[in-house]
Design a protein around this ligand. Structure first.
Ligand code: AHR
Length: 492
């Protein structure tokens, strides 16, 4: 039995809704096929974007969407993606799969996508292979309302008024695919490029500097020391790789309990990363003005057999649901510093919420967890006080429970719980001082088969269900979490 206390009238800061962000790169079948099918496609679409995917993404209430990469961003020259489609250059996507990129999805199409699904754009600029001038012109093209060559070009391409653009990344993974730079060099380059990322009119850009990979604390330290005052946020990338080896990462669907355990253990490493990167940032930015944006996270497995290795297409099981729940709970609990997170990637790539095959679309377990957890967006974090129990496998152990709680603007309390243990249930009793809630409803995502997943043959093999194993009597919440489960409760 685990005893918890949620002090419901003491809040710990806002859970920025941008923690529920997503990422869409010109990679494999994410943009092309997954989102963009073209106006002439037999697949029902709106302005070239498939309606089934648009509806699924709209339902998720995605607050922010990152584009065009990833590694693609530092090879992307935005002028290739504007103007009449027949005139846009065809090129090879050298980073991802060596396929032809026809540039039919560009700046205008991306803003239209954001409008259709009700999300804010986050554009990642090209520092690695682009010029300062090119970056400056892109921002001017998108956001300037006056008389200028770029604003006039935008108008000539059919967009009279500038778009609203807040989030702009100045390079991506510049320690690797974005130019193999040293942090000292990138910090200077960041300062130079960011200088010309202008605010036009009342459009205020939130400038995002490329941050560290995993535990590269020296990168964070250097960037904070040399460039903190020129940035609004700094990023962090961390992927969950079950085996820990890039050459054989493990299968998305064929795994035993040991790999379930190691995947969740590696996911929990995010906690240490958030703590240590935040501690460095605290030294240079004690007021926490600069956000930590985990703008790439999620599972990364071997690609599905028979698919293009450069397309990073993978299936998604109950294990991914747990990875999602753990990470979102961690981001909530670190919401004093974590201001945004973007799972990689939204459709058909890595830990996707949606998979497509021709005209068909399925929702993954990851989708369902995002949908269940979205009640936390912009809610106030509450402390959950408890002593965790161990989940032991062989001679290793990790915490068995991942938990977070919040209170929303209507006073409803939301509690999200993951039971990481693949075979043992967990009983919980939770006191709720500071509130007088009398009703509770819940939703659960779980199964006895760890590798359960939705497929095009069986699209509803795993679905969220109403959770009835919970009671709230005289201020005491009692429930039993089944093994391998993700649950969200709402108390009113
Ligand atoms: O998400 C796939 C790739 O992972 C991105 O392009 C890159 O930024 C990261 O290495």
């Amino acid at each position: 039995m685990v005893n918890m206390i949620i002090q419901a009238d003491v809040t710990r800061g806002k859970i920025n809704k941008n923690i529920y962000g997503h990422f869409s790169e010109h990679l494999g079948r994410c943009i092309y096929e997954g989102i963009w099918v073209g106006e002439d496609s037999p697949i029902p679409n709106t302005d070239g974007m498939r309606n089934d995917v648009l509806a699924a993404l709209k339902e998720l209430q995605i607050p922010v969407l990152r584009w065009p990469g990833g590694c693609f961003a530092d090879e992307y020259h935005w002028m290739d993606g504007i103007g009449p489609k027949e005139n846009r250059p065809r090129m090879i996507n050298t980073h991802w799969g060596g396929v032809v990129e026809n540039n039919h999805f560009g700046t205008h199409e991306f803003f239209r996508l954001c409008e259709l699904i009700g999300t804010e754009p986050y554009i990642n600029g090209n520092l690695g292979s682009g010029t300062v001038h090119e970056m400056q012109q892109w921002v001017e093209y998108m956001t300037f309302d006056g008389e200028s060559p770029m604003a006039n070009l935008r108008r000539a391409n059919g967009q009279d008024k500038p778009w609203k653009l807040t989030y702009f990344g100045v390079g991506n993974e510049n320690w690797g695919c974005g130019g193999n730079m040293r942090p000292e060099y990138y910090a200077d380059e960041y300062r130079r490029y960011a200088t010309y990322v202008r605010n036009f009119g009342d459009n205020k850009i939130h400038k995002i500097a490329c941050g560290a990979s995993d535990s590269d604390y020296h990168w964070t330290e250097t960037l904070m020391k040399q460039a903190a005052k020129y940035m609004d946020s700094l990023t962090l990338h961390y992927y969950t790789i079950p085996t820990g080896s890039w050459s054989d990462k493990g299968s998305a669907t064929e795994f035993e309990a040991q790999e379930w355990f190691s995947t969740l253990k590696k996911t929990l490493f995010m906690e240490e990363l958030l703590q240590k990167h935040s501690a460095i940032m605290d030294v240079y930015d004690p007021d926490k003005r600069v956000g930590l944006l985990v703008d790439e996270w999620g599972t990364w497995y071997n690609v599905e057999p028979g698919t293009n290795p450069g397309f990073l297409y993978q299936q998604n099981t109950l294990r991914d649901a747990l990875v999602t729940g753990i990470n979102l709970n961690l981001f909530h609990n670190h919401c004093d510093r974590v201001q945004m997170a973007n799972i990689a990637q939204v459709v058909n790539v890595l830990q996707a919420v949606v998979l497509t095959e021709g005209e068909h679309m399925i929702l993954t377990p990851t989708y369902h967890v995002f949908n269940m957890f979205k009640v936390h967006q912009d809610a106030q974090l509450l402390d959950v006080d408890f002593t965790n129990i161990d989940y032991t496998y062989g001679d290793e152990k990790i915490p068995q429970l991942s938990v977070s709680a919040s209170v929303d603007a209507n006073g409803k309390i939301h509690l999200s719980l993951c039971n990481l243990n693949h075979q043992e249930s967990t009983e919980i009793q939770c006191q709720l001082p500071g509130t007088n809630k009398t009703s509770v409803i819940g939703t659960i995502l779980s199964d006895t088969v760890l590798s359960v997943h939705n497929s095009f043959d069986e699209p509803e093999a795993i679905q969220p269900l109403a959770f009835n194993g919970v009671s709230l009597l005289d201020g005491l919440l009692s429930l039993t979490l089944p093994p391998a489960s993700v649950i969200v409760l709402t108390l009113n």
